[in-house]
Design a protein around this ligand. Structure first.
Ligand code: 1PR
Length: 524
């Protein structure tokens, strides 16, 4: 029996699913007695250090946790579950950590994008039984803006490189804690979890040891989902956002099945976009939640869900906050939520007021679950102009001239799935959303969507240059060379595609082989 500490973190469902997939049963600790009686304790956490410590005190978990950990029984801390063991954190300087490991938690100080999101390796510093079966060159999934700074090097189990070398896991007696997410790191992650759950086994040092690790570029499979005219939930795909063929909604398969296939084919992340979410209300739209629950039971890479996330009042006059919607998605197995139309409206209000409201969905969800859990999905289209002064928006000089030879363009944001253009440009939107707490930008392009013409490199460069959070390139992938182009001609950390995967034109493996053959770091 595994006891799991659930203080309301975003990834609890994923950890439970992963442990259950290994044949173990999980008991959620409801009070001090459950912690003190535990045989093995897992402490998963994702989000903000401050709200975590507040909840641990509110639930009177702090003293029993210290007592349990000091009893040297098996303990596994994940992400914030690692950071909590330290004395304090720059993320909440006024609050103390558990102080069981000497040292503190620091924000990444690098020119690279923060949060550090994606698949990175481990420099192994000492033998451990959690490494049984690993080669040593596997990559694991990280999503964090802060890392631990250890006072006593003897507890360092692994380090990882991201701008500089940081401690990515520690081991002290039966205590193991890691910054990365084994529950979301595919087969390699499940192996680490399995090794922790088994109390026997030798401490080993894998054969393929690295001295330096590299963050891989991510290949993301995207499933645009909606109900077809018969009311069935299907994966569809638009051509420049038009999903109808001969009047019918294109049906490219079932969401849970396709997600499973892409996981097995090596997708680094999977994104579900409920493309008619703006019409209905997610918490009434149970099928989408069910898709997430089923998928997260056997897909162990990060899941993002988007569509309809906003404050909402239902027909009974019951008001729901976007935070409630996001909470339901996280409880159902999502690791990140994606906000589309609502982000444009929030940014418009921000620019009109000149200051944040503090109550927007982006601010509220990032405050509770951490900014790494909030993706903003942008649906722009090109508007050509003859000079930068022609409009009051951020304009770029383009090498792809307009229909009348216009040498400039701006990227108009749209809402409601491209149906309504707004007086907002994509660069400004990304900048405002980063300020409000978004952790990543999903940068689609209506002009390129479903065209197989390749990504809009100019758009991606313009937005990536304007923000310090990771940018996901999206729309237009048609050949393996398009992925190489986007990773060599832009700063994009990941590339998303849909049509070519749904239509089985190019397998994910072929994309990764091509990238690896061209010296682009990928997860194998
Ligand atoms: O506005 O918060 O309700 O969210 C709605 C979400 O659904 C947004 O993320 C929006 O991007 C998405 N969406 C809305 N309508 C459509 C449509 O296609 N009619 N799909 C749509 C967006 C963009 C990508 C697509 C890439 C790759 N599709 O997700 O997968 O363009 O396609 P490709 O590789 O085939 O070129 P809200």
């Amino acid at each position: 029996m595994i006891t799991l500490l659930d203080y309301g973190a975003g990834n609890v469902r994923s950890v439970i699913n992963a442990i259950e997939s290994l044949g173990e049963t999980v008991k959620i600790a409801s009070g001090a007695e459950d912690i003190l009686a535990a045989e093995k304790l897992v402490f998963p956490g994702v989000g903000a250090f401050g709200s975590m410590m507040h909840i641990l005190h509110e639930k009177k978990f702090v003293e029993p946790l210290k007592e349990y950990i000091n009893s040297n029984r098996p303990f596994l801390g994940i992400c914030l579950g690692l950071q909590a063991l330290f004395e304090h954190s720059q993320e909440a300087p006024h609050l103390k950590g558990l102080g069981l490991i000497a040292g503190s938690v620091k924000r990444f100080d690098t020119d690279l994008s923060v949060p550090h999101i994606g698949w990175n390796g481990l420099n192994i510093k000492q033998p451990s039984r959690i490494f049984a079966g690993l080669q040593g060159d596997e990559k694991f999934y990280f999503v964090h803006s802060y890392h631990v700074d250890v006072a006593d090097p003897s507890v360092v189990l692994t380090t990882t490189d991201y701008g500089y070398e940081f401690v990515s896991s520690i081991q002290k007696g039966n205590i193991v804690a890691c910054q990365f997410h084994p529950e979301k790191s595919g087969r390699a992650g499940l192996l680490i979890l399995k090794n922790f759950l088994e109390t026997t086994g030798q401490a080993i040092r894998p054969v393929r040891l690295s001295t330096r690790t590299t963050l891989a570029k991510r290949i993301i499979a995207c499933l645009d989902v909606r109900a077809n005219d018969q009311g069935d939930l299907v994966v569809t795909k638009g051509d420049q956002y038009d999903v109808r063929e001969n009047g019918d909604v294109r049906n490219l398969g079932l969401p849970v099945e396709l997600a499973r296939r892409y996981y097995q084919e090596g997708a680094d992340e999977i994104t579900f976009l409920n493309i008619t979410g703006f019409r209905d209300f997610p918490l009434e739209d149970m099928p989408m939640l069910e898709v997430l629950r089923q998928t997260s039971q056997n897909v162990f890479v990060p899941l993002t869900i988007g569509g309809g996330i906003r404050d909402y009042t239902d027909e009974h006059g019951r008001a729901y906050s976007a935070l409630e919607v996001a909470a339901e998605y996280f409880r159902s197995g999502a690791d990140k939520v994606s906000i589309g139309s609502d982000a444009v409206l929030i940014a418009e209000a921000y620019l009109a007021e000149g200051h944040p409201s503090g109550r927007s969905s982006i601010e509220e969800i990032s405050r509770v679950y951490g900014n790494q859990a909030v993706v903003v999905s942008i649906d722009p289209r090109r508007i050509y102009v003859n000079s930068p002064q022609a409009v009051g928006h951020q304009v770029i000089k383009t090498a792809i001239a307009g229909p009348d030879g216009e040498p400039y363009c701006w990227y108009q944001c749209t809402i409601k799935g491209g149906r309504e253009g707004r007086e907002m440009d994509a660069i400004t939107l990304a900048q405002v959303c980063e300020k409000l707490g978004a952790g990543e930008i999903l940068l689609n392009c209506i002009d390129r969507d479903g065209t197989n013409m390749g990504y809009d490199i100019e758009l991606i460069n313009a937005v990536a240059a304007a923000v310090s959070i990771p940018v996901i390139a999206s729309s237009g992938a048609g050949r393996v060379e398009h992925f190489q182009e986007v990773f060599t001609a832009t700063e994009a950390e990941s590339a998303l595609a849909a049509g070519i995967f749904h239509r089985r034109e190019i397998p994910i493996e072929a994309v990764k082989n091509h990238l690896a053959d061209n010296q682009v770091e990928v997860r194998r």
